[in-house]
Design a protein around this ligand. Sequence first.
Ligand code: NAD
Ligand code: AKB
Length: 326
Amino acid sequence: MKRALVTGAAGQIGTELVTTLRDALGDAAVLATDLREPGPRHPVLAGGPFRLLDCTDPTELGERIREHRPDVVFHLAALLSAVGESRPQDAYRVNLGGVMNVLEAAREEGFAVFTPSSIAAFGPGTPPDPTPQDTVQRPTTMYGVTKVAGELLCDYYHLKFGVDTRGVRYPGLISHTAPPGGGTTDWAVEIFWAAVRDGRYRCFLSHDVRLDMMYMPDAIRAALELMEADPRQLKHRNAFNITAMQVTPEQMARAIQERLPEFQMGYEVDPVRQAIAESWPRRLDDTAARDQWGWQPEYGLHETVDDMLTQVRTAEEAREPAPRVG
Ligand code: NAD
Ligand code: AKB
């Protein structure tokens, strides 16, 4: 990989992926794009080239591709599960329209495509623990429907047109650089900021919903390692199950209390996000990823909680104090 273009680059994953790619390839080699322009101090704007790009517009997409000439596009633009349930028509348009436009551009211009899928690509009829690589995929959210269809489209473009499409099914991602974008697993990020700022958090999922989770450094490394993998080893392409840890809100709260004993956890269950969480797998079987491209997570629950608390505390301490009035 020499030159990359990232869609949805100002989001939770894009912010960290762009920084990592720029460190590896050089600032000018990585074009960050998003529907919205992030603030002037946002790393994707401050650290290298940035262009506005609506992935549902194939003309604009083609222009950015021909301008930058990437050999890999990381297509991250999407609406996540909770937003998708409140705006299903938009989720369909952005998530599937975007994938289709990127694949068509890849067919014409010859670049490789990384498209993340999700644990949301599974539904209540899927074996939840462990969830096999190849199994029933009948999700009950619009987000999940677009993820399954996106996986299939990416495989189709590889089989039919030889486009180098690759992807992983991410679990819920935990990170501290950019906020999460409106998903069912956002609680696993919010809890750290609330713990450090207020010493308490009210979780919108029940105490005992166990979901697959992953810390962002592992998620970024997975994308890069998959795109660098020998294509002859890849029997699957879209999309590989990957996992790092399985956590309930109660377990996360306990892990935080071991480090911040005064932290208090409460629950105010949101029925929409609770139903989504209950329809998702508890633990993905990532054997295919391990066998075909050497996938191996590095962060478990305790390493993640240690690092998140350190990073969030540091960010809070660095925040400019509110100006004094009077
Ligand atoms: P996010 O919501 O934080 O970021 C998505 C970005 O896409 C936003 O910056 C938004 O402005 C942009 N966007 C929205 N509509 C757009 C459009 N029409 N054109 C261009 N940009 C547009 O999401 P994320 O968490 O960074 O997720 C990135 C990808 O990874 C998505 O495909 C998501 O489904 C997938 N994923 C994320 C997680 C997770 O936990 N974060 C887990 C599984 C899969
Ligand atoms: C969401 O909750 O929607 C995302 C995901 C797991 O895909 N974080």
